[in-house]
Design a protein around this ligand. Structure first.
Ligand SMILES: Cc1cc2nc3c(=O)[nH]c(=O)nc-3n(C[C@H](O)[C@H](O)[C@H](O)COP(=O)(O)O)c2cc1C
Length: 334
């Protein structure tokens, strides 16, 4: 359909990455993305036990060789020092020759150097030009520009300024837009801004395959953009969530003791680890059925998500809408 640097590098049909989502994207979802010729990704933290991660990667590699005309897959590794699984997970991914990595939070130097040795590609999440310069200097193969309203650790800049600014500075490197993209029209708009593709997260939560409770999926469908708020109460770093009763009850900011402990050089690393472990436990409970203390991560694109589809249907819908938008039918309809 549309050729961009992303579709050319990874030989996929649509310039779309199914974004890595903690406790959501799993082997089954990634296989569906691959089968439908896009790029499916998942965070390695979704398989903390190394044997399990190893088995999933072996299954995905086998699936790719057995699928006619497959897309591809990648993993997301949090490269921040407070990720205790960083080294173990990276080693297993290298052993399995994972073709694509998305790094977030921290310094990706070690990961980039190690996986480039066997030709894997590394795209780094960035929210501003300064960090983008840093990862490009470290030889990142692409940048994922995370803008306002994205699910998870959203950026503070709108994609309308972030994408053109990054494209102007880094002419030859693929720039992928992330945040608020749920329709083919929105995908078209970021391509017009100069992006080489989109990384889409929240929309894939409301799919049949997503291994989360129906309550979470329904909350995505019922929520509007105004129901998405930022909270520091999950990992310390601000993250977007649906404003559930529980979110309102616990508030959105860290208290002064927590803030002190997470900035003091002596306590910073361990306190952040502690907060993250506690946050992970709360999120784990929230994705399961029958929980009332719900902290559900989602971005502002909930505004445009109105039904639960299969991943195949969602990708077809994006393709159809993109085609209509590029053919200008939507403008003509006015
Ligand atoms: C439920 C959820 C979990 C996420 N978990 C991660 C994660 O573990 N690592 C990461 O780099 N990004 C994570 N993200 C961010 C996504 O990878 C992506 O940048 C974002 O979803 C794009 O914005 P959108 O949700 O508006 O499409 C998460 C997003 C959501 C919605």
């Amino acid at each position: 359909m549309i050729k961009t640097k992303l579709t050319e590098i990874f030989n996929v049909d649509l310039p779309v990455i199914m974004a890595p989502m903690f406790l959501v994207s799993d082997e089954k979802m990634v296989k569906e993305a691959v089968r439908n010729r896009i790029i499916g990704t998942f965070p390695t933290l979704n398989y903390r036990e190394t044997d399990k991660l190893n088995a999933v990667l072996q299954n995905l590699n086998k699936f790719i060789t057995e699928t006619e005309n497959p897309g591809t897959y990648g993993v997301n590794i949090i490269v921040q020092k407070s990720n205790p699984y960083f080294k173990k997970h990276l080693d297993i991914c290298i052993e399995n020759k994972v073709p694509f990595y998305i790094t977030s939070l921290g310094n990706p130097k070690e990961l980039i150097e190690k996986v480039h040795k066997y030709g894997a590609k590394v795209f780094c999440d960035v929210t501003n030009l300064k960090y983008a310069e840093k990862v490009v200097d470290l030889r990142a193969d692409g940048i994922i520009a995370v803008g306002q309203g994205a699910g998870g650790h959203a950026g503070s800049d709108p994609l309308q300024t972030l994408i053109p600014a990054l494209k102007e500075k880094f002419k030859n490197i693929p720039v992928i837009a992330a945040g608020g993209i749920a329709t083919g029209k929105a995908l078209h708009s970021v391509l017009v801004l100069g992006a080489d593709g989109a990384s889409i997260g929240t929309s894939f939560i409301a799919t049949n395959e997503a291994p989360v409770s129906n309550d979470y999926k329904k909350a995505i469908i019922n929520a509007e953009a105004k129901d998405i708020v930022m909270t520091e109460r999950i990992s310390g770093t601000p993250s977007t969530i649906i404003n559930t009763e529980y979110a309102k009850k616990i508030g959105y900011k860290q208290n002064w003791i927590e803030r002190k402990l997470s900035t003091n050089p002596k306590t910073k690393k361990y306190f952040k680890m502690l907060i993250q472990v506690k946050g992970m436990k709360k999120l784990e409970k929230s994705v399961k059925p029958g929980n009332y203390k719900n902290l559900w991560i989602a971005g502002k694109s909930v505004q445009f998500i109105n039904e639960i589809l299969s991943i195949e249907q969602l990708i077809s819908k994006l393709k159809k809408e993109l085609r209509e938008s590029t053919e200008n039918k939507l403008f003509l309809k006015k």
